[in-house]
Structures are given as C-alpha cells and as structure tokens.
Design a protein around this ligand. Structure first.
Ligand SMILES: [Zn+2]
Length: 420
C-alpha cells in the first residue's frame, strides 16, 4: 500500500509531498511522482505525528452504554489519536492480567487505535490490597493508577509506590483529598456561593498532590500527576521537579485551559468534571505553565457519560466530559491560530512528552520513521454536535461550537484509519 500526501506542511513548515509505503515514511520532497494506491491533495494542511492520549476512559470493560471498544476507537482516530492510555475504573476494574490482555486484544481486533492499559493500584480499587503489578506489566499494562479516586491509606500508598518502582511502572496520580472535596460539585469560590452549589476547594487537589509527591520522593518512585487544574498545583510540582530530577511529570486538559467556573453558571453538566473548572486566573496561569512546560503534557480525560446520567441536576450528575475528538481541534482553534502555541508546542505536549513518559520511541516526520501521523487543517471548521461525534456519548462542552483545526486524515502504521 502506497499513500501519497500532496502539499502537506510537516509541523507547520513548508509545503511538500510525503510518500508512505509499508508502514513507514518513504520520502519527503516537493513534487513526488510515483504510482500510489491513494493520493490525497491536502493543500497546506499540517502534518503531525499522531497524538498519544495519557488519560482516556474507554469505559471498557463493562460500560457499553457509555462507550464501546468500537466507538472509542472511531472517536480517537477522528481526533487524530492512535494510542491512548485507558483508565482502570471500569466494571470489572482493570486489576488483573486477564483483563489487561482482553483490552489489548479487543482494540487490536477493531484495529484503529492502540490501547495502552493503565491497571489499578488496588484490587477492585477498594484501597485495601495491592494488585500484582509485576504480572500486570507482563500482560501489557503501561502504568498503574487509582484514577477516579486516590488511595486514601498513606501507608498503602507508600507500599504501592515502592512496588511500582521495583517493577518499573510509572504511577499516574489522581491526587485528591476526598475528605476535603466532601461531595462538592464545582470549584469552591464566589461562583459556587452565587449558584448555591457545594464547592470543591483547591486544597483538596494540592493537599493530595503534596502527600503523593512527598511519599514518591521518599521511596524514589516515578509519578505522573494527572489533570492539574490549579496554578498552585503547578508551582508545587515545579518545586519537586527542581529538587528531585526525574521524579515527576504532570498534565492538564484542554478544558482547564479554556473554561472557568463562570461557565458553570448555566448549570450545564457538560461543564462538570473532577477536578472542577477553577477561576479565570487559574485558567490563564495554566496556559502560561503549558507554554513554559512546567506542565509537560495535555491529555483529554475523555469521560463518556450517557445523556440520562448527564440530565440529572448539576449536583447529582456524574463528573466528566468527552474530549478525545475535540482535543486537537480545540488546541488549534484557540491557541495555535491565536498565536499562543506553535505547532512544535502541540507536538511536544501531545505526542513527544506522552511518549517519553511511557518510555515509547518518539515519532518524527522524517524518512524511515513509522507512518503514525495526522493531517489537520488549521483553517477548515467543523461543528461539534451529537451527529459529528463518533463517541457513543455526547457530553461535550463544545456542543454547538464551530472549531477550526479539522482532522482530515489519521494514519496508523501506514494505514488510513480515519479520513474526513
Ligand atoms: Zn482522575
């Protein structure tokens, strides 16, 4: 299979042609003329390595009402993603090697996206007994995490981090002091008072992060702090990075860079997630921290929920929004096209750094490199609507919005897995 991409701009550079053959990039130069099975005229669209999401809820196994292996795969490639780390808070919980293997095989069967399973830290995420991390790694788990909650028992957390270190698995941390969150529904502050909703204070995140960082530094484990929502969390992580090189990396998600707790004013549950949207000064600080790379990556925290669950009143509705399909578009629309982030920033934040954290080889746009790429048009727009999303769930805060940065083509191992 030979694929010719005509007139693409690798990482936003000059227009050229790119030839893909037998799963690799075979040639890059203007005016390539060879017989090809498929030729795409892409006229100035941007060619990037395909994206790697460090934080996805595939809802598999067990959550077929919200997402299936098939619908998640289609959503991922629509978003330019060809690898995604799946969270283990499923039913049953991903806490044994058989489920890890099942996930990998199911996604292989569909054949669009590689799932990189993160396994649970404790059996059933019950916070009592550690999982067999060595066996989980052998089966293909790339990390362990208790995502959806944190490990409450600090002593168990210490043993978990020691075990993960011995086995060589990174620990992805949903750092939260749940006693401080105390059943809140949105950010605690002036807006929560005005709206009459119970707040989740910033300290529930920072206290969680501080505890986890202290234990990790003590035992020398490698950790990755998930979905940071606060400027204060960034400065805490930065301090530990300085003091303990190689100890910690961290991520935020597009919604924390784009929305604030004011967006909750309409009581739309598509603005309810955990951690919650914070105030506008945190939002602005996160954008700066991403630019400075005090935040290492942007991940989606794609969290599908059914319409009937999200139709509950705000305080009762589940946390989480879908995001894998709007990930790249929203970053292009609001940051690249506005001159706030460059294409090289996108590559580092959404492709290279996630791969570094997982210990995967980087994908470069160069001859001989694996053809795992995405073509995105920074000018062409699409409307985010229930009909345009491939995910089985439609709980997106972008519903009704038009976003530039449409994904035209996603190619995995030299095979077209999505084409607009
Ligand atoms: Zn989480």
């Amino acid at each position: 299979m030979r694929i010719l991409l005509r007139g693409v701009r690798p990482i936003g550079g000059n227009k050229t042609d790119v030839l893909i053959e037998k799963g690799v990039i075979k040639g890059i130069s203007p005016g390539i003329r060879v017989d090809s099975d498929r030729v795409f005229d892409l006229d100035g669209a941007v060619l990037l390595p395909s994206l790697v999401d460090l934080h996805s809820h595939t809802r598999q196994p067990g959550g077929d009402e919200q997402e299936t292996v098939e619908s998640f795969s289609r959503a991922a490639v629509h978003g330019g993603v060809t690898s995604a780390v799946s969270m283990p808070n499923t039913s049953p919980v991903v806490d044994n090697p058989a489920i890890v293997s099942w996930l990998i095989n199911e996604f292989r069967r569909v054949g669009l996206v590689d799932v990189l399973p993160a396994a649970a830290i404790t059996v059933g995420q019950q916070g009592k007994e550690l999982t067999e991390m060595a066996e989980l790694k052998k089966a293909g788990a790339v990390a362990v995490t208790e995502d959806g909650r944190s490990v409450r028992d600090s002593r168990l957390m210490r043993y978990a981090l020691e075990y993960a270190r011995t086995v060589g698995l990174p620990v992805f941390l949903h750092s939260e002091d749940e006693r401080l969150s105390d059943g809140g529904a949105m950010n605690e502050g002036r807006t929560s008072l005005e709206l009459g909703l119970k707040g989740i204070p910033g300290i529930s995140e920072t206290v969680g992060i501080l505890r986890d960082l202290e234990i990790a530094a003590y035992v020398g484990a490698r950790i990755h702090v998930c979905h940071i929502s606060l400027a204060r969390s960034v400065s805490i992580v930065s301090q530990y990075k300085k003091q303990f090189p190689g100890l910690v990396s961290c991520e935020t998600a597009p919604h924390y860079m784009l929305f604030s707790d004011r967006d909750v004013a309409g009581y739309s549950t598509n603005f309810k997630m955990n951690p919650p949207l914070r105030d506008d000064s945190d939002r602005k600080a996160l954008v700066k921290a991403v630019k400075r790379r005090d935040v290492d990556c942007i991940a989606t925290d794609h969290a599908p929920h059914t319409e009937w669950d999200k139709e509950l009143e705000f305080s009762m509705a589940p946390f989480g929004i879908v995001g894998i399909e709007t990930w790249l578009s929203s970053l292009v629309h609001y940051f690249v096209n506005a001159g706030i982030l460059g294409w090289d920033d996108i590559v580092e934040l959404c492709c290279d750094n996630p791969r570094r954290i997982l210990g995967l080889p980087l994908v470069r746009i160069e001859e001989g490199a694996p053809a795992d790429v995405v073509v995105v048009d920074p000018e062409s727009e699409w409307e985010v609507s229930p009909g345009s999303l491939f995910s089985k769930s439609k709980n997106s805060p972008f519903l009704g919005k038009r976003l530039a940065g449409k994904v035209l083509l996603t190619i995995k191992s030299g095979r077209v897995v999505y084409s607009d």
